[in-house]
Structures are given as C-alpha cells and as structure tokens.
Design a protein around this ligand. Structure first.
Ligand code: N7H
Length: 482
C-alpha cells in the first residue's frame, strides 16, 4: 500500500523548526492509534537468533507516524463531513513494537553501556514498585506480568484496529510469526473502548482522552500563541519531551546513543479498578457529611477535576451545565484563578498530574503522551455475566515519553502519591491513583475545610517499561548490526 503525503495538519510549527521524522518515529507515539480494539502482546525470546528473526519478519507490519497521522487526518475530515459519525469505510490496523531492557540485551549484549544511564528502564517496573507505592494488592509478587520471578518480557507489540475482526486477523498473523520464530507469548493484554454510551469513558464513568500535549514539530500551532491550532488550552511542548534526538524544554537534547534517536520510552501498566468500591466510598463520605449540600456527582468530580462528561470543574464548579455538543473549551482553563482549589481541589487527579500554570509546576517537563484504553466489561450487574463486581476491569495505562524517571515516575511518586504537593497545600494524595494514608483537604468558599480519607481502589496488576525504537533501529536490531 502506498501512503499519501501527510496532510498540512501535521506540518510543524514554523518553517525552520525541527520536524518529527515521520518515516522513522513509530506510530502511536506522537500520532495516537486511536483504535477501539487493541491488544498488547508481551513476548520473550529464547535466544538472540529467534528474537532477531522475529523482528526481521515483523518489519513490514510496523506503522510509522506518517501512516497513522495521514489516516487520522482523513478520519477526522470524514467524521466532520458526516456530522460527527464515524466513517464506516475508513479502517486501519496498526502495529507498534517496543523492547524492554532484558529484550535489548538478549538481542545485543553490547548495548548495556548505551543503556546505563536509563536507570528506571534498566531496573524494570517490579524493582521500582516500592518507590512508586505498589504495595499490598499492587505488590509485584501478585502481578500477572512483569512481576517478581516471572518469565521476563522482552518485547511488547501493540496491535490496534477499528473493528474486532481485523484485530483478530492481525493477532492470528502475529501469533504465527511468533511461533515460526520460537518466540514465547508471556501475556496478552486486551483493551477495548467501552460499548454504547460509555464509549470514550473509563470505568469509573469519566470521559478520558480529553487533554493531551501538542507536539512542536508535529502539530500545527495557533499563530501568536503557545497552543495547538483549533485546540484551545492545548500547550505546545517540544518534541524532545517525548522522542529522543530532538530539543526538549530549554532547547537541550537529552543524552542518548545515536541508535536511540527517534525512539521513545513506553510505559504500560494494567491498573485494575474496583468501580463499585470507589463509588461506594464516595457515597459513604457524602452520607457522613449530613447537612452538607455536596452530592455524589460533585464529590466524584472533585476527586477527578472534571465532571463525568469531561467538563472541567474549573469552568463549571457547581454543576455540569455545559452542552455535551460543545467540547471545544474543555481544556481552555488554568488553575491560576483558583489558588486554594475552591473549584478544582489541589488533590484532584487532573490537577495533581498536570497543574497547568501553577507556580509549583512552572514548565512542561512532566508531560506524557497517554494512549490508554479500558480493559474488561463495564460494571453493570443487571447486564449479566462479566459485568459484576467479581470480574476484572480497569485501565491499560499506556504512555510514551522521553524519560521514565522525569515523567511517568515523577507524576506518580512526586505528585500523585505526595500529600504535600503542591508544596505547603496539605492537599493530600491523588484520590484516584495516589497512595492512601493522608486524608485529602477539600476547601470551599464560606465553608470550613473538610478532611476526607480515601482508600485506593486502583491496583497495579502488571507493568512493562519498554523502548520503542525508530524504524531504522528496529531493522538494525533485527540484522544484529547494533
Ligand atoms: Fe489519569 N480517571 O478516570 O480518574 N485521568 N487516570 N492517569 N491522567 C485523566 O483530561 C484515570 C493515571 C493523567 O492534561 C482524566 O484526558 C484513571 C496515571 C494525566 O489535564 C481522567 C486512572 C497517570 C492526565 C483520568 C488514571 C495519569 C490524566 C481526564 C487509573 C500518570 C491529563 C481526561 C485507573 C501517572 C491531565 C483527560 C491534563 C487525565 C482518570 C491513571 C495521568 C478521567 C481512572 C497512572 C497526565
């Protein structure tokens, strides 16, 4: 198949700016796959030769940024032309490949020196669990993959399709390639957009995928601003924050070996969500506040920072009055006018992990490109088997970044888990993903502060730290040239 040249929407900021090498950077990093059906195949090579042969056989199936960006532009245009309905005749199947530290060393032991500086990547997520607060039910001894004493994950394939049958076909093809090359599958993690009216929402019921960084050198900027064109409130962030080999915030290029240029670190976490537990806790807190006007919907929104529809509390602090048809302003806000968190509490999930213009934040070095997708059927006991409290469901947290320590781990450990972030606020931990212990402090105008304890109802059940190399590096790894 030949691909048309990328549409102007993917042209860089201004002439002369460094552009993302769209034929080298794999798809799903700066151009998201955005597919309703995905599977993450975690595999292990018995020996370098089989790993290399498998990578070679895979080369032609890997999607580039150019492929995905071109398709995404066509898809958005077709959807606009249909008044918001998905075009039925535009479909694609995409594949992305990433390698873990043990996987890269299994292919080429000589790479150890080049990878020395990437400590989190080298240690792997199980070794970082204590630091990140993965204890108790999240302890790596309980994980389904990537845990203690488990078969090492060497590589992670992301396969993504618009329709289930296409995904199944590609999975069959990939399973054949794996078995032909004697590569073992360690785990298959499925992900699917929730059905019906829940589409685009995560399992607690909140709209997801509302806010993403714009990428300089890839997305078009709004002239005269630092925002992405037609995306009010979406800050443009230097490409080097997500892809190695490009300038990051401040202009410097992060140190890396030449073969790592155009690659990106890939973090996958299977996060189980106890949906009835989380909402029962919200109800319990509301009933314990007899006489207080706060209701479940508002308290739930306070924990996340947005109403279930995606409307930010910053723009609609009392009730979700905004039309579901106009989503264009859902990122057009900062917390500057709300220093005490009267509208959006300082502990709210989206404020913890992206404080926007907050003085405690100050720059764009903590952004990540989120590509998550739910797994499991919705909690809806009346809908029958698979919908009850006993079935596993949650979020496949999936993100790309230039540094695991400075980005994903920093968000989780220094902000979400940290009851004292922002400094001096005594805000409490992030009540969605943070470590429990300290209570959160809910501040409202004209009312005394409330101190509310929240247990964690999101548990880590597996994790992988990987690196998605450029197309050229994948080829060289397959040929044993590195
Ligand atoms: Fe979060 N949730 O339903 O509460 N997340 N998240 N996340 N998250 C976001 O703005 C959720 C997790 C980020 O730019 C929304 O697109 C759940 C981890 C970041 O303003 C909702 C889980 C980490 C943002 C949720 C989970 C992050 C974000 C609003 C786990 C990183 C963008 C939708 C089960 C350590 C913030 C949106 C911004 C948004 C939820 C995990 C980070 C609804 C349920 C582990 C950076």
């Amino acid at each position: 198949m030949t691909w048309p040249t990328p549409a102007p929407d993917n042209d860089p900021a201004t002439p002369g700016d460094i552009k993302i090498r769209q034929d080298q950077v794999q798809g799903n990093i700066v151009a998201g796959f955005s597919k309703d059906h995905q599977v993450f195949l975690l595999v292990s090579f018995p020996a370098a030769a089989s790993g290399r042969a498998w990578l070679n056989a895979l080369q032609d199936r890997i999607a580039t940024t150019e492929h995905v960006a071109t398709f995404n532009v066509q898809f958005s245009e077709a959807r606009r032309a249909r008044g918001g309905d998905d075009p039925e005749n535009l479909k694609a199947v995409w594949v992305n490949a990433a390698l873990t530290y043990p996987g890269l060393l299994a292919l080429s032991p000589g790479l150890a020196g080049d990878l020395e500086q990437f400590e989190a990547f080298r240690s792997g997520p199980a070794a970082r669990a204590e630091f990140l607060g993965d204890r108790g039910l999240s302890d790596p001894t309980q994980w389904l993959f990537g845990g203690v004493d488990q078969l090492p994950v060497h590589a992670m394939l992301t396969i993504a399709a618009d329709v289930r049958d296409d995904l199944r076909l590609e999975m069959d093809r990939q399973r054949l390639l794996l078995s032909e090359n004697r590569v073992a599958t360690v785990f298959e993690q499925r992900g699917d957009t929730l059905p019906g009216h829940r589409a685009g929402h995560e399992h607690f019921g909140f709209k997801d995928g509302v806010s993403q960084p714009g990428v300089i050198g890839f997305h078009e900027p709004e002239p005269g601003t630092d925002e992405r064109k037609n995306h009010a409130g979406t800050k443009m962030v230097p490409a080097g924050e997500f892809v190695l080999g490009y300038p990051g915030v401040g202009g410097a290029i992060r140190p890396h070996a030449p073969w790592m240029a155009d690659g990106s670190f890939h973090v996958l976490r299977r996060l189980r969500q106890n949906v009835p537990g989380w909402w029962a806790q919200v109800t319990a807190r509301v009933s314990s506040l007899a006489g207080d006007p706060i209701k479940e919907d508002l308290l739930g929104a306070k924990l996340v920072g947005r109403w279930r529809s995606g409307t930010p509390l910053a723009l609609a602090p009392e009730r979700d009055h905004r039309s579901s048809k106009d989503r264009s302003r859902d990122n057009a806000f900062t917390y500057g006018e709300d220093p005490h968190g009267h509208a959006t509490p300082q502990f709210a999930h989206i404020r913890k992990v992206y404080p926007r213009d907050d003085a405690a934040f100050g720059d764009s070095r903590r952004r990540i490109l989120r590509r998550g997708i739910p797994f499991g059927l919705p909690f809806d006991p009346a809908a029958g088997r698979g919908h009850g409290a006993d079935t596993a469901r949650g979020l496949v947290f999936n993100a790309f970044m230039a540094s695991i320590e400075d980005q994903f781990e920093f968000l989780q450990q220094s902000w979400a888990n940290n009851a004292e972030f922002p400094p001096g606020s005594a805000a409490g931990p992030d009540p969605v993903i943070g470590e429990t212990g300290a209570p959160v402090r809910l501040q409202r105008p004209d009312r005394p502060d409330l101190s509310l304890g929240f247990e964690r109802f999101v548990f880590t059940e597996g994790a992988v730290y990987a690196f998605a190399p450029s197309l050229a590096a994948l080829r060289r790894l397959g040929n044993g040239e590195l």
